[in-house]
Design a binder for this molecule. Structure first.
Ligand code: NAP
Length: 290
């Protein structure tokens, strides 16, 4: 939107998961401007229409390779090389899922990867959080504000989470820990609603079912930076290393949103970061005399 309004002729390469994580969610209540909330996919569609109204073009398909060693910059989109003066990388981070078929079918219907986004819907309800890292501890603690109780399920006895985060969760009377336990199935796909899970204790082999209304998977995210590997500097986990503002290590290549942000990961912060990146791109082009 900002790039189009600055007459920069932006091309949006929408990727195979167009709309990203917002397209996987249902009601979004924390994006400013929508007092009644808005469905994630509708928000995405509105943003697209708004950008197109100012002349942004959309291309379906994904970037499969890049060459940022030359000018103009080069991108391979579905087998065809294209040239551009600037690139804004907003390829996001995909939530890591357990991979159960039932889990996948219930995403947005009780299965969530974002407590900040969806916790509010589980007031007085039974909540389950999966994971043993800082995200899982943070989400479990946060969700006790809403839920009747929170069960934290982790596959090992030892926790990857920092001591302080783990202690905070352990001291929270609303959180019950189930270590060395894995989820075998999420019910109930036939109702399109989470109603419970089947669990298995890895030490004893015991299997049982537990009623649950909200199922939060907090086992990490995977930043979508594979196609920029060896060119854009990232940290060990693949998140883009910012060089200040929206700048990457490559002049003319900027970052926006979760692909660089492991901390806030919100639609509104990503939108703001997109604005920053477009303004930086505009300034860069101006300085380069374009
Ligand atoms: P993480 O540290 O990589 O932890 C992921 C957790 O998920 C691990 O406990 C892992 O179990 C578990 N897991 C992974 N795949 C699984 C699977 N297929 N089935 C079951 N469990 C699975 O990820 P994170 O918690 O999102 O944290 C990412 C980074 O952000 C960390 O550096 C963290 O410190 C930081 N962070 C910090 C804060 C904070 O300080 N406020 C908050 C959130 C995140 P195993 O341990 O068995 O591998």
């Amino acid at each position: 939107m900002y790039a189009a309004r600055a007459n920069l002729k932006p091309l949006v390469v929408a990727g195979h998961e167009a709309g990203g994580q917002l397209s996987l969610t249902t009601l979004v209540e924390n994006f400013p401007g929508f007092p009644e909330g808005i469905q994630g996919p509708e928000l995405i569609e509105n943003m697209k229409l708004q950008a197109q109204n100012f002349g942004a073009e959309y291309l379906h398909g994904a970037v499969i390779d890049t060459d940022f060693s030359t000018r103009p910059l080069r991108l391979n989109i579905e087998g065809e090389w294209m040239e551009t003066r600037t690139v804004i990388v907003a390829s996001g981070a995909s939530a890591r899922w357990l991979g159960l078929e039932s889990e996948q079918k219930l995403i947005g219907h009780g299965v969530s990867s974002c407590a900040t986004c969806d916790g509010f819907f589980y007031k007085g309800k039974r909540i389950m959080v999966i994971g043993g890292g800082d995200s899982a501890m943070e989400e479990a603690n946060f969700l006790t504000r809403f839920g009747r109780d929170v069960t934290l399920v982790h596959r090992r006895e030892e926790f990857r989470a920092s001591k302080i985060m783990l202690d905070r969760a352990r001291h929270n009377p609303k959180i019950k820990f189930l270590p060395s336990t894995v989820v075998e199935h999420v019910f109930d796909v036939s109702q399109s609603l989470v109603t419970g899970v089947r669990l298995r204790n890895l030490k004893t082999g015991e299997e049982w079912e537990q009623d649950v209304d909200g199922f939060f998977v907090a086992i990490g995210h995977i930043p979508n930076t594979k196609v920029f590997k060896g060119q854009i500097e990232t940290d060990a986990d693949g998140y883009i290393l910012s060089k200040g503002g929206a700048r990457t290590n490559i002049p003319g290549v900027f970052h926006a949103g979760d692909v660089q942000d492991r901390s806030y990961r919100q639609a509104v912060t990503a939108a703001g970061a997109g604005c920053m990146a477009a303004i930086e791109a505009e300034r860069y082009l101006e300085a380069e005399g374009h």
